[in-house]
Design a protein around this ligand. Structure first.
Ligand code: NIG
Ligand code: FE
Length: 413
């Protein structure tokens, strides 16, 4: 057989392994690495993996010498708020003056100011802006991305956002998983009438299901936003309607969103900075992935990060994401998050790589499809201009991706 492409002289080929489930606890420290390796691609799939020496005997239309660099599966970013209008640089000065994230929101700013801008933007404007950020994410080595709505808080604007995500998916050869986050904040006109607002969002779930506009349903369970009981009620309805579940849980206050996520069989529980010991024990007993967002803690200027070490030591599955959004974490750079995970979450390089590949994929329903490198799987991979895989968390704030491939074709370099 003649392969379409062979990469050879790969200094380190990263082969994160999964047994069909997220990697939990100490298994997260296992990362298979092949030295002086080669891979072949045919018809968009990985067709062969072996040594550079063996690759010399294979036929291919194109052979690329990687010159000792690192090759990994494409990264997976399992939590982003990709589609929105406007920006909120004014909040940086407010934060410096000591105004908290929830105080800004309570004053009608924060998420609500982005909602205002997003309502006023056309679908074309939203698409162009989202495409700009999306392309930047890809340039950082990400080939599968979750994208949430949540800056509409009404039927029309939420659907407008979800349709932009659908359009992006059609226009880019990148895996994109849509999540409906209608209950992201309480609109001013529904203050004190949160249950009524949730009713509206639950009705909208039917339209979204019908039009296949989202795979997951998410909610912001937080003081001053939605309570545990409201979150439970909404998530149960979403589950009945066939949505996978996610939750913004225990980010600022310990409300028990982590336990709620596990009890409902959620694919992921996200943030978890304030998750209790009980919440962490629940996670460890489950396959719910803890999606940690250290970029958000960093950007909010907090000193206390999610207790990733305790989570993994107790046996939980941890993934990492950017949380890219215009307020609490303004970066598309998942590599920067890998550095924060090393420095602030004290994760090992092996845990970090598993957290941005196999476990991130499981968090968005792509377990065994994305974040892996194996014969027969889609050929989504990144060539990294680094001497070894530990180098990426170590050298922070820059882009180490040299070229990014999906389905065996170069999409960015
Ligand atoms: O995950 N915490 C709630 N939602 C987002 C922030 C959204 C925003 O500030 O615009 C988050 O951090
Ligand atoms: Fe978020």
């Amino acid at each position: 057989m003649t392969h379409d492409l062979i990469l050879f002289n790969i200094g380190q080929l990263l082969l994160p392994e999964t047994n069909g489930k997220p990697l939990k606890g100490e298994d997260m420290n296992r990362l298979r690495v092949l030295n002086n390796a080669a891979i072949a691609v045919k018809d968009g799939l990985v067709s062969w993996i072996g040594s550079t020496e063996e690759a010399e005997r294979l036929l291919a239309n194109e052979k690329r010498n990687v010159k000792g660099k690192v090759v990994s599966p494409g990264l997976v970013d399992p939590h982003t708020h990709l589609v929105f209008a406007g920006s909120r640089e004014n909040e940086l000065a407010m934060k410096q003056a000591g105004v908290s994230y929830l105080e800004i929101l309570a004053k009608g700013g924060g998420i609500l100011s982005t909602v205002h801008a997003t309502k006023n933007a056309s679908a074309k404007e939203l698409f162009d802006k989202a495409a700009f950020h999306f392309e930047r994410m890809i340039s950082f080595g990400v080939t599968a991305i979750e994208a949430k709505s949540g800056y509409g808080l009404d039927h029309e604007t939420e659907l407008k956002q979800l349709r932009v995500i659908e359009q992006l998916h059609k226009n880019y050869p990148i895996r994109l998983v849509p999540t409906f986050l209608g209950p992201h904040a309480v609109p001013a006109e529904y203050k004190g009438k949160e249950d009524l607002f949730l009713e509206k969002m639950i009705q909208l779930l039917d339209v979204i299901k019908e039009e296949k506009l989202a795979q997951f349903a998410d909610i912001f369970c937080e003081t001053g936003v939605f309570t545990i009981d409201q979150s439970r009620q909404y998530m149960m309805k979403a589950k009945e309607k066939g949505f996978g579940l996610k939750i913004h849980a225990d980010e600022i206050d310990t409300l028990g969103g982590t336990e709620l996520a596990v009890s409902l069989g959620s694919a992921s529980a996200d943030h978890l900075v304030a998750a209790s010991d009980e919440g962490i024990a629940c996670l460890a007993e489950s396959d719910t992935v803890a999606v940690l967002l250290p970029g958000t803690t960093f950007y909010l200027g907090k000193d206390h990060y999610a207790r990733a070490r305790k989570m993994m030591d107790e046996g939980a599955a941890v993934a990492l994401a950017t949380d890219f959004n215009p307020g609490s974490c303004v970066t598309e750079n998942l590599q920067m998050i890998m550095s924060l995970a090393a420095l602030k979450l004290k994760m090992t390089a092996e845990e970090i790589w598993n957290a941005v590949t196999v476990n991130a994929a499981h968090a968005i329903g792509l377990g065994g499809k994305a974040g892996i490198m194996a014969v027969g799987k889609q050929a989504d991979f990144v060539i990294w201009d680094v001497p070894n895989y530990q180098y990426i968390p170590y050298h922070f704030g820059v882009n180490h991706a040299e070229s990014v491939y999906t389905e065996g074709k170069k999409r960015w370099e």
